[in-house]
Write a protein that binds this ligand. Sequence first.
Ligand SMILES: [Zn+2]
Length: 282
Amino acid sequence: MTVLPPSDADARRAVKPVICYPVETLPQPAMATLTRARQTMTKTDEVLVPARDAKTFRVPAGHFFRITSVEGSQVGDLNLWNANDLSERFYSGKTRALHGTHITTGEQMWSSFPHLRPMATITHDTLEWYGMDAFGGSVHDVIGTRCDPYTHHLLKGGQYHHCCHSNLTRALADHLGVSLKEAEPHVHDVLNVFMCTGFTRDTGQYFMKASPVRPGDYLEFFAQIDLLGALSACPGGDCSAEHSSDSAQCYPLLIEVFAPAEGALDGWDAPATSGYDQTHGT
Ligand SMILES: [Zn+2]
């Protein structure tokens, strides 16, 4: 049965929104220091993530890392953990609540409760120019989850094994030397690097479109804590048509780790975990 609108429906709809989490009180990263420090950095490590697969990488606190498009337009699904305690991991939902649907230079990747501290700060984004397009789409989202074989099975049936979820699970299991079953619960909602996404205005549905990323483009981060990362080169390629299949053209992604010069981080302090006392009212 259709629900009829009340007589004051228009007035109710006309109420102006307020920002849930105003960011004026959000602790700000030391961007001036980080911007200076990145000018001094030298490469210490690199990992090439093959197309349709994932690799892990380590970044010590105080180092930078970059994810670069090589060979062709390709999106990546990124997981981050505290390298010393995997229970502290990237919290996509809270990052979205604080920074909005997509993140860029100066914004941070926040960690799960009870830690809630910045794990990584974006220090350079060659796609920052993209902004928000006419469809409401933007780049590097924290609204999608990661392509996975369960949703694929739910919607289309069949067994597809090279979704980002499975790629990340295999890479983490290899890195930790544990079974897939032990590794899988550590895999979490991602930062969709280079992916161009939004919500349709009419139905509010999650959409994707061809990524504007081109070889040479990169997203660069500063590690605020010791990080273990895993990156999957999504089987969707540039995500212009579909994922969770072998039909898209896919390319590798390059991860590089950089150390700043001695003394370049003077003025930066590693973030403390949340000051909440965890007594929850008892
Ligand atoms: Zn994917």
